[in-house]
Design a protein around this ligand. Structure first.
Ligand SMILES: NC(=O)C1=CN([C@@H]2O[C@H](COP(=O)(O)OP(=O)(O)OC[C@H]3O[C@@H](n4cnc5c(N)ncnc54)[C@H](O)[C@@H]3O)[C@@H](O)[C@H]2O)C=CC1
Ligand SMILES: O=C(O)C(=O)COP(=O)(O)O
Length: 392
């Protein structure tokens, strides 16, 4: 019989996704000793993550809210849903460009402030509309910083709208490069993008290297009257520098997904309440993807789309499986094999892969492993977590 599993949810997760978890799973927001955690943007950095937790699944893209390094040290994979919400973010970025280009938000505020009779309102409308005249997108240049799942979609949509697109990504994946329309020009660095673009949109993860990526100096390199769009993360942009540039008429508008006191009430700022991924479709796509990944990991030890572990997937050919998360150091496979051989366990199939400092080994053996074998595997220096996963 399948072992009961408990999943703690730290945010609301789409019901369609939760339905992908096997029936023997108990899921809820108030669960003790969970095997896994499902999360969206809840901040887990100060959370006491129970020792029972074997995996974390982020129903979305960014994992900067999760202490990935600490979890790696415990041998716990962090899964995410690459690309599953990219279309939703792309659509909001396009909406953001149009809001800025046509001065839609200040125009709406102007209309809301109109008073008097209809005739007086019409008169004020015709007199005032010149203040909100805008520009069109075709022929303008969009600069995209970060050409991953979202950046490449945004680049493609902008090309379809008649824009010129210039992009920068120092570590673009082969998949993303294939997705990019050939018209997208490649920039050598961030400054190149800023120099050439009328609109600049950011699609990088928040890392030490991307914190304050857009600061006063970089804003100085932007075209006068440029529009900055940030649907990546708050920390990627220096809000104070942006406000100074807006006040000095250096920037035309700042459109972002991250409200902050420094931005509040500014006429040239549109701050949305982190809505990039908040569509029915994206919420469902992300939840379905990570629920399946989480269940396959807990049941079979297979890893797909973990940010800290390699993809490792092996069809079950025997009833007895052992999964080992270990440091990526020499002789791990040798030591694991030697423990199994000494215990008289024949290896039926074995797969070992690494990613950065982490490695992962799946072993199917031909007979049952004892608790003593599992303890010997756990005792190997460099082994971080061991699980015994006999077929249900
Ligand atoms: N507003 C919202 O609701 C959402 C925000 N996001 C944010 O957008 C980010 C990107 O998401 P995806 O495109 O799905 O991720 P992704 O991993 O597919 O793409 C990120 C890209 O940024 C590139 N990159 C990293 N450092 C860079 C740098 N210094 N300069 C230029 N490029 C750099 C990477 O090489 C990669 O190609 C997420 O990490 C998250 O922070 C993602 C989804 C929704
Ligand atoms: O996927 C991401 O990185 C996002 O920022 C989306 O966050 P959310 O799931 O809407 O809280």
């Amino acid at each position: 019989m399948a072992e009961p599993r408990k999943i703690l949810t730290l945010n609301a997760i789409s019901a369609r996704g939760l339905a992908r978890l096997p029936e023997h799973y108990t899921v809820g927001g108030d669960i003790a000793d969970p095997d896994g955690i499902l999360v969206r943007s809840a901040n887990m950095h100060d959370m006491d993550i129970p020792a029972t937790v074997r995996a974390i699944a982020r129903a979305g893209a960014g994992t900067n809210n999760i202490p990935v390094k600490k979890l790696s040290e415990r041998g716990v994979p962090v899964f995410n849903a690459p690309g599953a919400n990219a279309n939703a973010v792309k659509e909001l970025v396009i909406a953001g460009m149009l809001l800025a280009a046509r001065n839609i938000v200040p125009a709406i505020s102007f209309v809301e402030g109109l008073t008097g009779s209809d005739e007086e309102m019409h008169k004020a409308t015709e007199a005032g509309k010149k203040h909100f005249a805008g520009t069109e997108l075709p022929g303008r240049t969009l600069g995209v910083i970060g050409l991953g799942a979202i950046g490449s979609y945004v680049a493609e949509a902008a090309i379809k709208l008649g824009m010129d697109v210039v992009g920068f990504d120092p570590a673009i994946t082969v998949d993303a490069a294939w997705r990019l329309p050939s018209q997208v020009k490649r920039a050598e660095n961030v400054e190149d993008v800023l120099r050439m673009a009328d609109f600049v949109t950011l699609h990088v993860p928040l890392l030490d290297a991307t914190r304050n990526l857009i600061n006063a100096q970089r804003i100085g390199a932007m075209r006068p009257g440029a529009v900055l769009l940030n649907f990546a993360r708050e920390g990627v942009v220096d809000n104070v520098a942006v406000i100074e540039a807006l006040d000095a008429n250096k920037l035309h508008a700042y459109i972002c997904d991250f409200p902050a006191n420094a931005l509040k009430g500014h006429a040239k700022v549109v701050a949305l309440p982190h809505l990039g991924a908040s569509t029915e479709e994206a919420e469902e796509n992300c939840a379905v993807m990570v629920a399946e990944q989480l269940a396959d990991y807990l049941e079979n030890g297979n890893i797909l789309n973990s940010v800290n572990f390699p993809n490792v997937s092996m069809a079950r050919e025997s009833a007895y499986r052992i999964a080992v998360a270990n440091a990526n150091v020499p002789n791990m496979v040798g030591q694991i094999s030697s423990v199994l051989a000494t215990a008289g366990l024949n290896i039926h199939n074995m797969l070992n892969k690494s990613k950065g400092d982490m490695a992962y080994t799946l072993v199917d053996v031909d007979s049952a492993a004892t608790d003593a074998v599992m303890q010997q595997l756990s005792a190997i220096t460099g082994v971080l977590a061991v699980r015994y996963l006999p077929a249900a």
